[in-house]
Ligand binder design. Structure first.
Ligand SMILES: O=C(O)CCC(=O)C(=O)O
Length: 311
């Protein structure tokens, strides 16, 4: 099984190319919760610059990673093992170096081209997120703008758009720690620019972990828990994880197009089987629960934000 790869430029092609592309997107959302887009309109030159500034920034952060808790924890586990003690795998931390870019937080000012490149990249990705959401609206028989409108409460708020820059440095003992523990994403549409050589990302499909194969210049799309609620379970958020690798420093840049924290989320389409199970809630409340339960099953999160029934 291979995560679907979709040529997004064909959405502007002939009627039959468009219909075929829309069907592939629908299948990717319904059957996988993950797919890869090629020819997605984000210029290659911009992707190359993103790779360059993100690699440079890791070089500036590497010494701090080497002093970080995952590294120290692993070192002490290995030392214990050498003393003949049993080393149990760590299950509460990840072998990753990360930082976030939002519209209103402080960004690194080194290397000097970082800010400008990432501003340009985020603008391009915001456009791509809009195009992907429009395709989903159409595939679900919703009026254009429905998903985005739900994320902004009909334009009253601004959708949250965050970017997480991650590196998964080479790990000497991948048997003792995870790159990133299995989880589903909390938000809406996630667009990931992953390393084109070092793998490690896997998606759970029909009970089996499948590699999200590195593919040069592709953007991996996955849908989060809010899309699952809006679609009444038709597009379910998929579990995914990152395995640590002995060789290679994997880079990934994940951009999350999420509802505004104030947005009220509830199913926007009639559900099939399982309809009616999804509650209405405020996204910020969901995030409060998610912050504590990211690596747990999602159903108790939906349960936790369900408003108590009156009477
Ligand atoms: O780094 C990756 O490939 C995946 C990142 C991810 O799943 C997350 O940050 O939630």
């Amino acid at each position: 099984m291979v995560v679907p790869v979709i040529d997004f430029s064909k959405i502007d092609g002939t009627a039959s190319e468009r219909a075929d592309t829309m069907a592939q997107i629908h299948n990717g959302c319904e059957e996988w919760g993950f797919f890869q887009l090629v020819n997605h309109g984000v210029p290659k030159d911009l992707l190359d610059r993103v790779k360059k500034v993100c690699s440079e920034i890791y070089r500036l952060r590497e010494a701090a990673f080497m002093e970080s808790e995952p590294v120290r924890t692993l070192e002490s586990l290995v030392a214990a093992e050498q003393r003949g003690e049993a080393a149990a795998p760590v299950d509460d931390m990840d072998w990753e170096d990360i930082f976030y870019l939002h519209d209103d937080n402080q960004w690194p000012s080194n290397p000097p081209e970082f800010k400008e490149t990432m501003r340009e990249y985020r603008a391009a990705l915001r456009v791509l997120a809009g195009r992907v959401m429009s395709a989903m609206d159409e595939n679900l028989g919703l009026e254009k703008g429905t998903i985005d409108g739900a994320f902004t409460d009909g334009g009253r708020h601004v959708a949250f758009f965050g970017t997480k820059v991650s590196h998964y440095p080479p790990c000497p003992r991948p048997d003792l720690v995870t790159g990133l523990r299995a989880h589903t994403d909390a938000g809406g549409v996630i667009l990931l620019f992953q390393d084109d050589r070092v793998g490690g990302l896997q998606v759970l499909k029909d009970g089996e972990w499948i590699d999200v194969q590195p593919l040069a210049d592709a953007i991996v799309v996955n849908t989060g828990d809010q899309i699952e609620v809006l679609t009444n379970g038709r597009y379910r958020s998929a579990w995914h994880r990152v395995l640590p690798m002995r060789d290679g420093n994997r880079r990934s840049v994940a951009s999350f197009y999420n509802p505004a924290f104030e947005a009220r989320i509830s199913p926007a389409v009639d559900g099939g089987a399982g309809a009616g199970e999804y509650p209405e809630f405020v996204f910020g409340d969901y995030m409060d629960v998610y912050a504590k339960q990211k690596f747990d099953a999602k159903e108790p999160r939906f349960e936790a934000v369900k408003a108590p029934k009156s009477g």
